[in-house]
Design a protein around this ligand. Structure first.
Ligand code: ZN
Length: 312
């Protein structure tokens, strides 16, 4: 049995968030539908923030409704606060990705709250979910941004990340997401964080969210795999960016990640050739945005044998 890896597309949220070019709702839904058909089982489809703050997500209701109609797909959405969670619950989204920053300064700038206030918000969200009738309760994920570095505070202490992770779990998080939001991490740092973190949180699923801002993204995935992480966020064509580094690349490139994992003999459940075709759709739909990625340029190696067909 090959090790299963869960890949989560975050391009529609993390990737589009930084771009002012509005992607039409129909294009977003076509992207979600096509990528779900490649075998990607979870997609973060939008963010429940006021449209005044981020106009890109003004269509969050239509996008959520469309994504929920796709059989077999887990549709998740980012929620920065209780109001966002209320909207998500009303819409019936499958999973709420709550996010707070480990760095106090980043959290204040990003959601205008101290980390303590964010934890209190998270508790209120969990209470709200638990007050819903069975079958109307989304999965709640606790996300820790800037867990591997911060543009304001620099290095972030491992003990601080673990401390907030434990607080989120005690408050009711069903899974965690640990993010290198600004692309500071290196593989040594990843090992130094994920080993003790996983030892602390036990069987709770933990997703790693890396950015490739400085080219260390896939090396960090490899280090996280060694620690036992089996759930990764990525975006097709590496869509995204960094508000602190204009022009920088964004999330790790989904199709490159998928190729690396398949090449390593791991089971992503994704049809890589179909995935590359979806990338072409995005490139056509977003002609003014730079597409990242090595696989799309080089193609698959000659005579490449997919992991599923390989004789060991
Ligand atoms: Zn991110």
């Amino acid at each position: 049995m090959r090790q299963k890896i869960i890949l989560r597309e975050v391009g529609l949220r993390d990737g589009l968030q930084i771009h002012s070019t509005f992607m039409p709702t129909d294009d977003k839904l076509a992207w979600i539908t096509a990528e779900a058909a490649t075998g990607i089982s979870e997609i973060e489809v939008t963010s429940y923030v006021p449209p005044k703050l981020i106009p890109q997500f003004a269509d969050s209701e239509a996008v959520t409704a469309g994504a929920l109609a796709i059989p077999g797909l887990t549709a998740s959405a980012l929620v920065p606060n209780l109001r966002g969670a209320q909207r998500g619950i009303e819409l019936g989204v499958h999973k709420l990705n709550f996010v707070m920053s480990v760095s106090r300064t980043h959290n204040m700038k990003n959601v205008r709250r101290s980390p303590e206030e964010s934890i209190a918000d998270f508790r209120a969200i969990v209470d709200l979910i638990r007050s819903q009738p069975e079958g109307r309760r989304p999965v709640i994920s606790g996300g820790l941004s800037t867990a591997l570095g911060c543009s304001y505070e620099g290095r972030v202490a491992v003990s601080q990340v673990i401390d907030y992770a434990v607080q989120l779990l005690e408050a009711g998080a069903q899974e965690l997401q640990v993010a290198d939001t600004v692309g500071y991490a290196d593989p040594v740092q990843v090992r130094n964080l994920f080993k003790p973190l996983l030892a602390e949180v036990g069987n709770v699923p933990v997703a790693a969210h890396f950015h490739d801002t400085r080219g260390t993204g896939l090396a960090n995935v490899s280090a996280a795999l060694d620690c036992g992480i089996t759930m990764f966020d990525a975006s097709l064509a590496g869509l995204g960016g960094c508000p602190f580094a204009p022009g920088a690349s964004g999330n790790i490139v989904m199709e490159d990640l998928c190729f690396m994992l398949d090449s390593m003999g791991l089971d992503t459940g994704v049809d890589l050739e179909k995935l590359v075709q979806v990338r072409q759709f995005i490139a056509a739909a977003l002609p003014t945005i730079a597409m990242q990625g090595a696989l799309a340029k080089a193609g698959l190696p000659r005579n490449y044998e997919f992991a599923a067909h390989r004789v060991r």
